[in-house]
Write a protein that binds this ligand. Structure first.
Ligand code: PNS
Length: 165
C-alpha cells in the first residue's frame, strides 16, 4: 500500500494539518488530502473552495494531491487501496478517532488507520478555534498560512456575521 489518504473537513486547513501532510509525504509515495463531509459540521467554505485553498499550500510537493469526496471514506480507500492517516492532538481526539477507526474497520476489513502524533507546537490549533479567533479579530497568523488568513478575512471579515465554528 503506497497510497495514504488524509481525510478531514479542513475548514480551513491549519498549520497543524500542514505539518501532518509534510510528514506523511515523507512516509508515502502518494498522498491524497481528502476534503470530506463531516455530517455533524456546517462548513463555512465549500468543498471546492477548501480544495483550492489546500492545493495552493501543497503545490511544493510532487506526491501530494487534493480531492473532494462525498461518501463513505471506506469506499474511497477501497477503490484506491489506500491507508487512512490521521493526526492526533489530545485525548479528546483519541476517543472520536478510535470510534471512527473501529467503525471503518467494521465496514471494510482492510481499512487501516494510522495515527501521527501532533507536533507539540500545533497541539492547541483547531479549525474551529481559528475561525472563532478570527471572528473576534484575534491574531491567527501563527495558526494558518497567510493565504488561508486572507481567505478567512474575505469570507468572515472581522465583524463576525458568519457562524458555524
Ligand atoms: O476534520 P474532521 O471533521 O474531524 O474529519 C472527519 C471526517 C470528514 C474524516 C469524517 O467525518 C469522515 O470520514 N467522513 C466521511 C464519511 C464517512 O465515512 N463517515 C463515517 C466515518 S466512521
Amino acid at each position: 500500500m503506497n497510497v495514504a489518504v488524509y481525510p478531514g473537513s479542513f475548514d480551513p486547513i491549519t498549520n497543524g494539518h500542514l505539518d501532518i501532510i509534510d510528514r506523511i509525504s515523507k512516509l508515502y509515495e502518494n498522498v491524497i488530502v481528502l476534503v470530506s463531509i463531516n455530517s455533524s459540521k456546517t462548513p463555512i467554505f465549500t468543498a471546492d473552495e477548501r480544495k483550492k485553498m489546500i492545493e495552493l499550500e501543497v503545490s511544493k510537493y510532487n506526491n501530494v494531491k487534493v480531492e473532494t469526496f462525498n461518501g463513505l471514506l471506506v469506499d474511497y480507500i477501497r477503490n484506491k487501496d489506500a491507508v487512512i492517516v490521521k493526526g492526533l492532538r489530545a485525548l479528546s481526539d483519541f476517543e472520536i478517532e478510535f470510534q471512527m477507526a473501529l467503525a471503518n474497520k467494521k465496514l471494510y476489513d482492510n481499512a487501516e488507520t494510522l495515527f501521527l502524533m501532533t507536533n507539540m507546537q500545533y497541539a492547541h490549533i483547531s479549525s474551529s478555534l481559528v475561525k472563532e479567533i478570527n471572528r473576534y479579530g484575534g491574531d491567527i497568523s501563527s495558526m494558518v498560512p497567510k493565504s488561508i488568513e486572507e481567505s478567512l478575512k474575505n469570507k468572515i471579515g472581522r465583524s463576525g456575521y458568519a457562524n458555524g465554528c
